[in-house]
Design a protein around this ligand. Structure first.
Ligand SMILES: Nc1ncnc2c1ncn2[C@@H]1O[C@H](COP(=O)(O)OP(=O)(O)O)[C@@H](O)[C@H]1O
Ligand SMILES: [Mg+2]
Length: 254
């Protein structure tokens, strides 16, 4: 792995001008993400997390500063940086396997390549039996798994996730966190995962970025040295709990 940043925010500020008011959403946001790193960004509601992610996606241009992806300034959206939102983007008119096949098919992969990718991801998300099911007949958590497989199968260089598990109940959420980390270990990608949930961020990330309240800037970056494999048991380990308590205090003071 080379050490030059895969994605680099350099003094990025974003100001929204509306008729009613000017809102400075991000201010001097600086972050370098390495290839195959799982970065979690945590901060209170309204602090500019979605804005930062949209800048990385190329959906919003910085008012000042710049953002570079593999050394080139980002000028707009690109399929190589896939976005996963809180609301899933599964197509209701396609079955589970058709949803997963959509990305690879649109990249003109051969039918046998598409089939083997679909199989691979169905196995990873544990939904082989449901491959012919319609999304409306799946639970919220299963649909989210299809959504993740859909994003992974299109083989993006980066996954940008905006509170993807925010709308799920906590057991489903914890299961999905475990599965996402497993998926990441098996199929390394560079990930930026936004959340307001500190525990989720600590559980998932290789590094955790804490944002200040608006205008969002970076207050702290910490390494989450909990190893590659993360299971349910991690949440009750003293190092994990201590870090959560300390960061919670830190965030309150910001
Ligand atoms: N398109 C927009 N126009 C005007 N203000 C916006 C727009 N998008 C976000 N904002 C404002 O920018 C701030 C940060 O928003 P956002 O990035 O969505 O925060 P978060 O995702 O952390 O909850 C908020 O005050 C929000 O109202
Ligand atoms: Mg948001």
């Amino acid at each position: 792995m080379d050490d030059s940043p895969f994605l680099e925010f350099n003094n990025v500020s974003v100001n929204f001008n509306t008729e009613q008011m000017d809102v400075l959403a991000l201010s001097d946001f600086n972050l370098s993400v390495l290839e195959n790193e799982f970065i979690c960004i945590v901060g209170e509601s309204g602090c500019g997390k979605t804005t930062a992610l949209n800048v990385a996606a190329g959906l919003i241009q910085p008012t000042s500063g710049y953002i570079k992806f593999k050394g080139k300034e980002i000028k707009g959206p690109d399929a190589s940086r896939a976005v996963v939102f809180q609301m899933d983007a599964v197509f209701p008119w396609m079955t589970v396997q058709e949803n997963i096949a959509f990305g690879p098919k649109s990249q003109n992969k051969s039918q046998s390549e598409v089939n083997s990718l679909v199989d691979q991801y169905l196995n990873l998300i544990g939904l082989q039996e449901f491959k012919s099911a319609w999304p409306k007949n799946l639970s919220g958590g299963m649909r989210k798994r299809v959504d993740l497989a859909r994003a992974y199968a299109s083989n993006p260089s980066m996954l940008l996730m905006d509170e993807p598990f925010g709308a799920l109940d906590f057991i489903m959420k914890e299961n999905l966190q475990e599965q996402s980390r497993k998926l990441f270990n098996l199929d390394k990608k560079t990930i930026i995962f936004i959340t307001h949930d500190l525990e989720e961020a600590l559980f998932l990330g290789d590094r955790l970025v804490v944002m200040t309240s608006r205008p969002g800037t970076i207050a702290k970056i910490v390494k989450c040295d909990f190893g590659e494999e993360r299971t349910f048991a991690l949440r009750s380990q003293p190092e994990f709990i201590n870090m959560r308590v300390e960061l919670r205090k830190f965030m309150e003071s910001k």
